[in-house]
Design a protein around this ligand. Structure first.
Ligand SMILES: [Zn+2]
Ligand SMILES: [Zn+2]
Length: 383
């Protein structure tokens, strides 16, 4: 199998590193201090603001370079796989049989190429066929249908031009000639443009930047450890915040008895159209459970709306009390609603109730001894 796409691994490594250098250089481009920044930090002098700038640029670069290293292996592997796949596509390609429009003989395949669409990840084959004696050429897909050709239009008169390729000093130029107005356009091939040799100064600057931005494996591993620790630190901080909130919430829980509960619920439910609140008690057990029923006085309110309104009202009243609706919610039949409310008595019960209330809001409480954060920073996290 011959390789049209696949190249040595070093080719991909160099390409990745070149992108990394170009990417990181952009962060170092000088950026003037804006008026907004001056306004926002009145107590700082211009040089102090500039210093903050430089500091944040250094930190940003440290992360950008580190993240480029983290993605390096995977990206190179993807590039290699993509080129292997393209070579296989060409290897397996069946050249379509297309006849020359002039002599009717089978056209010869000069070149096979894989085309792709970045937006859709789609890849397909295109063949360039020709009939040399008749000077006929055609671009076709694998099924033999012709690739639609976009006409090149004249810059001056917008009519179709004739295109040609000319070689000059070993470089390729595209020549566009307009037969209508006589305008001629000459452009250097982009491939040849890229081939332009870099100067000694550019090479030296590239090598210098590569050392700064392309991390060695050892530096990269250190960055990985640092990043994981920062993530852990961030998570722990969130848990710490949730824990602090937990103790505040726990202290806020008001302990009331059944009489107090009834006194709170009755008027609040009446206000939103529910009457005849009745409690019945389950036989005494480990948990204190009250069964309740209530009547919806609004004729137009249907099942779902009625249930949701009742649940919302009860939950709002009980949100800082030692009682809570049980998880199954309330049920509805022809305007009669019933459900269960659980009472929380012991300190342990109240802790559990507070935790589950916070969990509903996406805050996870993990009660444990806090750690010494300072000891988690590695000492040598410089680029
Ligand atoms: Zn022919
Ligand atoms: Zn023209």
């Amino acid at each position: 199998m011959s390789y049209q796409y696949l190249k040595d691994r070093s080719h991909y490594e160099e390409m990745y590193d070149r992108f990394t250098v170009e990417w990181c250089r952009r962060f170092e481009e000088p950026r003037p201090v804006s008026d907004e920044e001056l306004e926002a930090s009145k107590e700082l002098s211009l040089s102090q603001i500039q210093w903050c700038h430089d500091l944040s640029t250094d930190f940003l670069l440290f992360q950008e370079a580190g993240n480029r290293w983290l993605r390096r292996e995977e990206t190179i592997r993807e590039w290699i796989e993509r080129d292997e796949r393209r070579d296989q596509m060409i290897e397996r390609a069946q050249v379509p049989l297309v006849r020359c429009p002039s002599c009717g003989k089978e056209m010869e395949c000069i070149y096979t190429d894989v085309r792709s669409d970045i937006d859709s990840d789609r890849e397909w084959l295109e063949f360039f066929l020709c009939c040399k004696p008749c000077k006929q050429g055609k671009d076709v897909y694998e099924n033999g249908s012709e690739v639609p050709r976009k006409p090149v239009l004249c810059e001056k008169c917008s009519r179709e031009v004739e295109t040609d390729i000319k070689k000059k000093d070993g470089k390729r130029y595209y020549i566009e000639t307009c037969k209508h107005c006589g305008h001629v356009e000459e452009t250097l091939s982009t491939i040849d443009e890229k081939k332009k040799e870099p100067t000694q100064e550019e090479i030296a600057r590239f090598e210098y930047d590569k050392k700064r931005f392309c991390l060695t494996n050892q530096q990269g591993q250190r960055y990985r450890v640092w990043q994981e620790q920062m993530k852990r630190l961030d998570d722990e901080e969130k848990v710490q915040e949730a824990n602090a909130e937990f103790y505040d919430k726990l202290a806020e829980v008001k302990k009331i008895n059944i009489a107090g509960l009834e006194k709170l619920l009755k008027p609040a439910l009446k206000k939103v159209g529910y009457a005849d609140l009745r409690f019945t008690m389950s036989p005494p057990a480990q948990q204190i459970i009250l069964n309740f029923s209530v009547r919806d006085t609004e004729e137009k309110r249907e099942d779902y709306d009625s249930r949701k309104m009742l649940e919302k009202t009860i939950e709002k009243i009980l949100e800082d009390k030692n009682w809570a609706l049980t998880s199954e919610g309330v049920s509805y039949r022809l305007g009669m609603l019933d459900g269960r409310i659980r009472g929380y008595e012991s300190e342990e019960d109240l802790q559990q109730l507070t935790k589950s209330r916070m969990k509903k809001k996406g805050k996870h409480v993990k009660l444990k001894k806090s750690r010494d954060y300072a000891s988690m920073f590695p000492e040598d996290v410089v680029l």
